[in-house]
Design a protein around this ligand. Structure first.
Ligand code: NAD
Ligand code: ZN
Length: 356
């Protein structure tokens, strides 16, 4: 990832942890201490292996493990991490490693951004979502009460080490949720990538390692491109939020029982209806998207919600700017733009297409 003409960090894509020692050592870790932050599930599966590898490239490795789940992405867990770092005498030059999904990456990144006014950290994303989305781009943070990502900071990692083989242990619904964001990347920035996913869907579902590498590489490329143009989300980066205006509202009204990637994918489906009405995309393109959603077990509708409450919920979203709702639309499949003219009527008709 480059910013202002400089390389800020590498995204390494492998199908094992074999190259991890070399990549970490390249950061000059020999005299450092490394703290691995992981949730309980990922720790059970991968902490021993990663600890062993990292022990060979630094002075000392310790780990801070917290209970898995979004409900623990909060300041209490952050406090636990600070205590661990202080008790183990971590200083400014030491390194944190986020081993896990988006919850771990966001949390560890926030701890790294704030501990001693900022220490370096490395992402080892282990969910599909984190490998294509949250692990890249430097947005870190935690939830506050029921407010998602309310407290946070921009803090870029020093390295993103992605091992696609860990996706084999990922629960199927988590993989499906991640696919929601992956397909979104194709819709907003790359029609060819979208078509490639369609062609290779069987191999993706079978988690074929080489295909997964290409899938993640393609998605990373898209996310990276947007982040490089607009690292702090003043403008372009907001196009990554395609599907999120309605998606977040649905996610909240469903009390977070529906996966984020699924809510966003359904939100994107509704948004595509607005694009269709405006003559920007065709019905057969919507149908193709829908077929792909179904193939990856992504729901194409939601139940038990009504239009009024969803529209009301979008108003409390971070996507509001000076009272106007910021909507991301496609002017064609493969290109998104920011629109501030979506009407309540358009939203109502769009929601009608995804309610059951
Ligand atoms: P997660 O980190 O909670 O992981 C999902 C579940 O999978 C957890 O139970 C975890 O323990 C388990 N798991 C992780 N890797 C595994 C593996 N390889 N094998 C078996 N189990 C595994 O959730 P997520 O979907 O990765 O991330 C969601 C979070 O990401 C949200 O908090 C969201 O706000 C955040 N996010 C951040 C950004 C960003 O730019 N920073 C972008 C999108 C989402
Ligand atoms: Zn998202």
């Amino acid at each position: 990832v480059h910013l202002d003409g400089k390389t800020i960090y590498d995204i390494v894509l492998e199908d094992s942890f074999d190259a991890l020692a070399k990549e970490i050592s390249a950061l000059g870790t020999e005299k450092k201490k490394i703290c691995i932050i992981a949730d309980s599930n990922v720790a059970d599966l991968y902490l021993d292996e990663v600890t062993k590898i990292l022990s060979g490239c630094c002075r000392e490795v310790t780990s801070y493990v917290f209970p898995a789940g979004e409900e623990n992405k909060n300041l209490k867990t952050v406090q636990g991490a600070y205590e661990h770092l202080i008790l183990n005498h971590y200083d400014r030059k030491d390194l944190l490693v986020a081993l896990g999904g988006g919850v771990t990456g966001d949390l560890c990144g926030f701890v790294a951004a704030t501990y001693l006014r900022g220490v370096d950290f490395v992402q080892i994303p282990t969910t599909l979502l984190s490998q294509v989305d949250s692990g890249i781009g430097g947005k870190t943070g935690v939830d506050f009460d029921s407010y998602k990502n309310m407290v946070g900071a921009f803090h870029m990692p020093k390295l993103v080490y992605t091992d696609v083989s860990v996706l084999r242990t990922l629960p199927d619904d988590q993989f499906s949720g991640g696919m929601g964001e992956v397909i979104k990347h194709g819709l907003i920035l790359d029609k060819e990538y979208f078509d490639w996913i369609q062609t290779n869907r069987a191999k993706i579902l079978a988690k074929d390692a080489d295909t997964l590498k290409l899938l993640i590489q393609g998605s990373d490329f898209i996310k990276r491109e947007v982040v490089e143009i607009d690292p702090t989300e003043q403008n372009e980066r907001a196009t990554l939020n395609f599907g999120h205006t309605l998606g977040h509202a649905i996610e909240k009204l469903k009390n977070f029982t529906m996966l984020h990637g699924h809510c966003v994918a359904v939100g994107a489906l509704a948004a595509m209806n607005i694009c269709k009405e405006r003559g920007l995309v065709k019905q057969d393109e919507i149908d193709a998207y829908k077929a792909l959603m179904e193939y990856f077990f992504i729901p194409t509708s939601v139940s038990g919600l009504n239009t009024e409450e969803v529209i009301a919920a979008t108003k409390n979203d971070k996507k509001m700017e000076a009272g106007v709702i910021k909507f991301i639309l496609l002017d064609r499949v493969g290109h998104a733009y920011i629109d501030r003219t979506v009407t309540k009527d358009e939203m109502e008709r769009a929601l009608a297409t995804i309610f059951r």
